[in-house]
Design a binder for this molecule. Structure first.
Ligand code: 5GP
Length: 142
């Protein structure tokens, strides 16, 4: 497996070198909107510790990471009035991974509505900002 690349896009977001619509941050984990959402409210939950994906991650991150995945899943479900939530996580190119810093996709789901393609079209910044605001409000109301 290739080594961790410190110039991957999520490492740059973590360092604040490129912008993101953040909805959550603690000492170990951040969450922000996916710019190519597979549905409204598609959020990425990202540990701060560097690893390429789940396969090379220090297992000590999984507790904090999935604690935030659950918080964000509950918040997006509430914020978007979703019927369910899909959690996705890809490891290496063969699986569909395209950004090589461990992350978990949290996607609100609605009965009868399929997911849009993975890494499809870019969403408008104002739509992402509005989604982030709704999720932050749902997280704050917990
Ligand atoms: P992966 O295929 O690695 O599981 O997913 C990477 C995700 O990151 C994709 O869903 C893609 O839309 C998203 N993404 C790619 N570049 C950026 C970016 O610059 N900012 C944000 N917020 N998301 C990105």
């Amino acid at each position: 497996m290739a080594a961790y690349d410190t110039d991957n896009i999520f490492a740059k977001i973590l360092r604040g070198e490129i912008p993101s619509q953040r909805v959550y941050e603690d000492e170990a984990v951040i969450a922000f909107m996916d710019v190519m959402p597979q549905g409204p409210g598609h959020t990425l939950v990202v540990p701060k510790a560097p690893s390429r994906n789940l396969l090379d991650a220090d297992p000590s991150i999984f507790g904090p990471l999935f604690t935030v995945v659950q918080k964000v899943a509950l918040a997006v479900k509430k914020a978007f009035g979703a019927d369910g939530v899909t959690i996705l996580q890809f490891n290496e190119p063969a699986s569909g991974q395209t950004v090589y810093h461990l992350h978990v996709h949290v996607i609100p789901r609605f009965d009868g509505i399929p997911l849009k393609p993975h890494t499809g079209g870019m969403e408008k910044p104002e739509v992402l900002a509005e989604s982030a605001e709704k999720i932050r409000a749902a997280l704050a109301a917990r």
